[in-house]
Each structure stands twice: as structure tokens, then as C-alpha cells.
Design a protein around this ligand. Structure first.
Ligand SMILES: Nc1ncnc2c1ncn2[C@@H]1O[C@H](COP(=O)(O)OP(=O)(O)O)[C@@H](O)[C@H]1O
Ligand SMILES: N[C@@H](CCOP(=O)(O)O)C(=O)O
Length: 307
């Protein structure tokens, strides 16, 4: 069995407008790298973090918390060192904490000879994600671990459905360089919603899943609406309405807040449309003082992978 593994842990888009805490998909052009190796000393030790200032204490870093949860169950007679090469900015809305929380347990599971299935790996990763966001949600973790589009049917007990990915679907992301902590963006949401909004949202998530199964781009377009969360969170994102309109006016099938923001995601049919949408979104921020990054990505159907 291997003593060391290097992985690519991709960024992910949670919620996908209509599926708060349940829908997500996996990106390909941005993600963290991690090296995990066995050590004689028992425990979990974060030995290197490059890219961003994050805690080395395993109990304060999401990668360490999920790893500790897995080894508490697996009880190996050795420990693990973790190196994190962070490319996804924390507080980005494209699953920065999730990439670390899922990457460590994906890798440890490989080094242990895969005793756990993907759902169990996701369950351990949820312990890490809870540290960052204050709640055990798996909508970023599941697409990272399973690949493609996923739906979290239930968090407890955890049940994840892997959904089909239409061939020609591309994502464009714009990430204004401000930080929104997921925990803060969750705290501002109301606890109760009007029944009519819940009905609209449920119909959209069902329609979206059907559209993925049938490659129905027109239905997909109509389903990518969020009447529940977007009105409360969009005010935290500079020029949100303008960026969204620019994307939709330039051929995007849908646009919305990626995870808890500030990133904005869009889905387009074909890479040429995705690139046109990228330019339109960049043009909005280009006339402001806001620094930003953009990514165009195919949907990554493999998820976390060894590199
Ligand atoms: N390995 C890690 N990677 C990213 N964030 C981490 C990590 N460990 C702890 N954190 C904390 O998690 C928070 C970022 O997570 P979150 O707010 O969910 O952002 P994101 O949407 O980018 O995942 C920050 O407070 C950060 O310090
Ligand atoms: N469903 C969560 C997703 C948070 O995603 P992140 O990428 O911002 O961590 C939420 O919307 O709170």
C-alpha cells in the first residue's frame, strides 16, 4: 500500500440557484493541491500551508477536523501529515473549505486501502465543513467527492445522488476579491419562508434535475431561479444585478450566487457561449475598483483525483 498521495481537490459551486444546501457541481480549472503521507507518530499533523494564512492546528483547520474524524473511526496504528497548496481563496463561495475538508479524507481513505465508500467519505468531510460554516451541509463536498452534479437527498443519514452531466455544459465564474464567510451569509437568512416561495423553489429544483436527465436546456434555463436566498444575499455582492444581467443578455442559461458568494456562477451551452459570458461579466467589474478573477470550466465529472 502507498505511503503518500498527491491530489487535486477541485472548487465546487453549491446551491445552483434553486437547490439551497442540496445541489452542487464540480469545476475543473481551479482547485487546491494536497499531499498526504503516513507518519509513524499517530495523529494528524498539518506541516505545510501555501497560498493563504490558515491554521496549522489540526483541530482548527477543516482538513484536520475531517481527517481526525476519519481516523477516530478507522483507528490506524500510524498517523498522517498534510500539506495544503491552497489556490481557492477562503470565503470565495467556490468551496474553499470544502476542498480541504474533502481532500484530506479522500486521500486518507486511499492510503488506508479504501475502507470507506464515497458517501462515508463525504460524511467525515462534513465534520470539517461544519467548522467553517457552522452547519453540516454537504452540497460542496458531494460534487467534489462524487464528481459532476450531485443532489444531497438527506444530511442525516447522509444520502447523495449523483446526477447526469449534459456534455456541452460549461460554467463561468466571476470571483470579486472580497471575502464572505459562509457562516455569516447563513446567519442573515430568515428561518421561515412564504409558502408560495417554497412551492416555486421546489418546482424549480425538480425541473432542474429533470432537465439534467433529459438534456433539456430550455427547461434548465427556466429552472435556474432562486426566490428564497438570492434576495437576501445578493446585497452583499457588489454590482450583482448588473453582472447577472450581463451574463443572461450574453447567452448564459442561468446565473446566480455561487455558494454563499461573493462568486457568481453561470452555466452556458458550449464553450464559446461560456467565454462570451466571461467577457460580459468582466466588462462590468472592469469599470469599477473591484479586483476579480474569472474561470471558465467544463463540468468535472471525476471530482477529486490523484495527480
Ligand atoms: N483548510 C481550510 N481551507 C479554507 N478555509 C479554512 C480551512 N481551515 C479553516 N478554514 C476557515 O474556513 C473559513 C472559510 O470557509 P467558508 O466561509 O465556508 O468559505 P468558502 O465558501 O470559500 O468555503 C475561513 O474562516 C477559514 O479560516
Ligand atoms: N449551501 C451553502 C453553500 C456554501 O458554499 P460556499 O462555497 O460559500 O462555502 C450555503 O449557501 O450556505
Amino acid at each position: 500500500m502507498k505511503n503518500e498521495i498527491k491530489i487535486f481537490s477541485p472548487a465546487t459551486v453549491a446551491n445552483v440557484s434553486c437547490g439551497f444546501d442540496v445541489l452542487g457541481f464540480c469545476l475543473d480549472t481551479i482547485g487546491d493541491e494536497m499531499i498526504i503521507r503516513k507518519t509513524n507518530k499517530k495523529g494528524v499533523f498539518i506541516t505545510k500551508i501555501e497560498g493563504f494564512d490558515l491554521p496549522f492546528d489540526a483541530e482548527k483547520n477543516v482538513a484536520g477536523v475531517s481527517a481526525l474524524a476519519m481516523i477516530a473511526d478507522a483507528k490506524p496504528d500510524f498517523g498522517f501529515e498534510i500539506e495544503i497548496y491552497k489556490r481557492i481563496k477562503p470565503g470565495s463561495g467556490i468551496g474553499s473549505s470544502s476542498a480541504s475538508a474533502s481532500g484530506s479524507v479522500f486521500a486518507i481513505n486511499e492510503l488506508l486501502g479504501r475502507p470507506y465508500n464515497k458517501t462515508q467519505v463525504t460524511d467525515f468531510a462534513m465534520k470539517g465543513e461544519a467548522l467553517a460554516s457552522g452547519s453540516e451541509h454537504a452540497d460542496n463536498l458531494a460534487p467534489g467527492i462524487f464528481g459532476g452534479f450531485t443532489l444531497v437527498k438527506s444530511s442525516s443519514p447522509l444520502e447523495v445522488l449523483q446526477l447526469p452531466t449534459p456534455n456541452d455544459l460549461y460554467a463561468t465564474i466571476i470571483h470579486p476579491q472580497i471575502e464572505i464567510k459562509t457562516a455569516d451569509a447563513r446567519a442573515i437568512l430568515p428561518k421561515l419562508f412564504p409558502l408560495q416561495d417554497v412551492i416555486t423553489q421546489s418546482a424549480n429544483v425538480g425541473s432542474f434535475v429533470h432537465a439534467l436527465h433529459t438534456n433539456d436546456y430550455e427547461l434548465l434555463k427556466r429552472a435556474l431561479q432562486d426566490v428564497i436566498v438570492e434576495p437576501h444575499r445578493s446585497i452583499l455582492i457588489p454590482h450583482y444585478a448588473e453582472v447577472k444581467s450581463a451574463a443572461l443578455n450574453n447567452g448564459a442559461l442561468g446565473a446566480g450566487i455561487s455558494g454563499a458568494g461573493p462568486s457568481i456562477y453561470t452555466l452556458s451551452k458550449g464553450i464559446e457561449n461560456a467565454k462570451r459570458v466571461e467577457k460580459a461579466m468582466r466588462d462590468v467589474y472592469a469599470n469599477t475598483i473591484i479586483a476579480f478573477e474569472t474561470y471558465v470550466s467544463r463540468i468535472n465529472t471525476e471530482g477529486i483525483r490523484e495527480i
